[in-house]
Design a protein around this ligand. Sequence first.
Ligand code: TRP
Length: 453
Amino acid sequence: MQTRVLTGITTTGTPHLGNYVGAIRPAVAASRRADVDAFYFMADYHALIKSDDPARIERSRLEIAATWLAAGLDPSRVTFYRQSDIPEIPELCWLLTCVTAKGLLNRAHAYKAAVDKNVEAGEDADAGVTAGLYMYPVLMAADILAFNAHQVPVGRDQIQHIEMARDMAQRFNHIYGREFFVLPEALIEEQVATLPGLDGRKMSKSYDNTVPLFAGGAKQLREAIMRIVTDSRLPGEPKDPDSSSLYTLFRAFASEGESKAFHQALLDGIGWGDAKQVLYERIEADVAPMRERYDSLMAQPQQIEQILQEGARKARAIAVPKLAELRDAIGLRSASTSSTVSAKSAGSAKADKLPRFASFRDGDGSFRFRLFSAEGEELLLSVSFADPKLAGGVQKRLRQPGASASLLRLPRSIELRLDDAAVAASPEYPDEQARDEALARLSEALDRLAAQE
Ligand code: TRP
């Protein structure tokens, strides 16, 4: 079985070497594994919490998409999309909001830090805090739970958010009486290097000590590397590799053998300037081909757009039926089916565990029915019958063990035929794969109906 691995990239700022080594490179490598079903997305709704500058939001989304593609992400293997192209995510965010204790959000680190800072400064506790910042963990939970992700690779600062997503999933599952959501786990890559920045502290935008990955080209890469702080040992004096940022950076790109040679060169007293040149050339060897792809993608934003649209289509093939299932489970149902449903299940989600037919009268006075799965997903809508007895007769035959119905695959839907006549059809699915998955659910529902008789 494949593990679904999902992670979001907040689209503020411009990617630097630390992002590449710490997040992008390992994520691209993971996406190539046969046992991984990777979902990577631009968290651009999250970006709005940090920035209200439209130009910056636009630029960063594009740069980050181009960076991941240039770094070798294959969009045909992974589901690569923008959060804001999936309206089901904010929809789920609201459903989760309504089962989330306010007290849980009060304890979120990012919100608490903002409050603590205000209190310390003698301000109102919530000064400058948007509801967006407060709701950050719920939106993130929706990102994850909409796709039933098993594993979420994140930095340590995000572990609490994954735990909160588990809390929300459990709470929703408990209230509505079924395992709607997989409980996600944080995946912390222990062996991934955190790179030192120009000043030796962790490379981070907030320390303003980063080395850009592509921005500014080879020239800026070299200039940044030449600015890395070293000690004052002169050429000819032995250097201590283990306390040198240069060596740590070098190792993040080089093979074991290359690293050994660099280690020895430092011990042998290579000058810092020369050492930086060696480091620059080693990094540039990896970065140059990627930068070329990056520049070519940035010159063709319509190509990026197309890739992301295709990603959104793949993502929605999962999120749309998921939200349909959830809406039904919580009682946001079609008015034309509601009377039948409530009469049967007396309002308890737990009691409602079998596939069911729901009959209704169409606008033109004819009679139709739907078939819903046990999870509440609409599987079939019948043709119109002039006589309710005919509609009832068809339902009765479908319940019969060994019913002689046949299921016909159409390009994006499924037709149910009885005695060579089409009597019902499934909704339209986004693609053949979604159709085939629905076909499996439909067959199962029909089997279960028959088993009840
Ligand atoms: N909050 C994450 C970060 O700042 C980004 C993010 C948004 C995310 N939604 C997500 C990560 C869902 C993992 C899963 O790094």
